[in-house]
Structures are given as C-alpha cells and as structure tokens.
Write a new protein. Structure first.
Length: 178
C-alpha cells in the first residue's frame, strides 16, 4: 500500500515590498512522502516571491515533466517555470525552451557543489538561479504546523517570516539573473 501525502493548510499574509504586492494566500499543499518539510517550505517561499495571478503548484515530485510551480497563460503556454532543488542542466535547458521565464531555487547543503559543477553550462541558458541558506531553511521548517497562519514580508534579498511558533529571516543569493 502506497504512503499517502501529508496535507498542510497555510493562510499567508504576504507583503512583498520589492514589488508592492500585498495579498492573503490560502494554500493547501501536499507533502509528498519522499519530500522533506524543508523542501516544501522552499516551495512556499518560491510561491510568495513569485505570487501572481495563475501561479499554481503542480503535481511536483509525482510528475517529472512538470516544474514545482508554474504560471500558465489562458492559451495554455507556460510563462513561468519554477524548479526547487538542484535540477540537471538538461532539465533547465528543456524548461527554457518551454517557458518564457525559468527560475530555480536551490537550498540544500550540496547546492554549492551543484552550482560550481553546473554554472558554466547554466550561464548559457536563459534562467534565473537563486540560493537560500540551508540553516535559515531549517529554522523556517522548525516553525511548520499542519494548519497555520503565517506572515511573510519580503524586502531586498530576504523574507521575514512570522508564525505562531516563532519567527525567522530567510535570505537568498542571486547566482544568475536571466
């Protein structure tokens, strides 16, 4: 019998001061049995950083041909492809052919090695690459509950996150801008 995903419900008060974007997001996420809470929260951060009409989570780890998040236009074109983790160069290349914009958010302890090995090839592609700090992602994951209200304020290159269990700041580094 297959292990079922764990469902999380988040109500996010989002204030993106960089884009003057303010919204209340009601997100229901499925944590895949092979996914960590840290990775799920990077998906949530990526959602907040790119919040816009038609942005949606995909089937994620269950569908290898889809990104973690995307924006599809009314004529079913992909305008934004967002991958979480350290995807293969070929996957980023394919995404850059399918979508108008491609973003990758890496976060693992191995992301430095991945970037050093792949950067020459990725530099030739039209993709934006961002790296979160692992210790900050761990601190964020420690605040997660199955049902929670969360406040996310984005300014500069960091997000200030407050929950019932505490607060933390998550910053990121731009490795490549498309």
């Amino acid at each position: 019998m297959a292990i079922k995903p764990t469902i999380y419900k988040l109500k996010i008060s989002l204030s993106d001061l960089n884009r003057n974007y303010y919204d209340t997001l009601n997100l229901t996420l499925a944590l895949h049995p092979s996914e960590t809470v840290e990775r799920m929260m990077v998906r949530v951060l990526a959602y907040c950083l790119n919040a816009q009409e038609h942005l949606s989570f995909t089937k994620g780890l269950s569908a290898i041909d889809e990104p973690d998040l995307w924006v599809r236009t009314l004529d079913d074109q992909i305008s934004l492809w967002i991958d979480i983790g350290e995807p293969a160069v070929d996957r980023i290349k394919k995404a850059s052919r399918l979508a108008r914009a491609v973003k990758v958010y890496c976060f693992n302890t191995k992301s430095d090695v991945w970037w050093q090995q792949a950067k020459q090839k990725i530099n030739q592609l039209k993709a934006s690459i961002f790296r979160f700090q692992w210790l900050e992602i761990e601190a964020l994951a420690a605040l997660v509950q199955r049902t929670m209200e969360i406040s996310v304020t984005i300014t500069g290159d960091s997000a200030y996150v407050a929950t019932e269990l505490g607060e933390c700041e998550v910053s990121w580094e731009v490795l490549q801008e498309a």
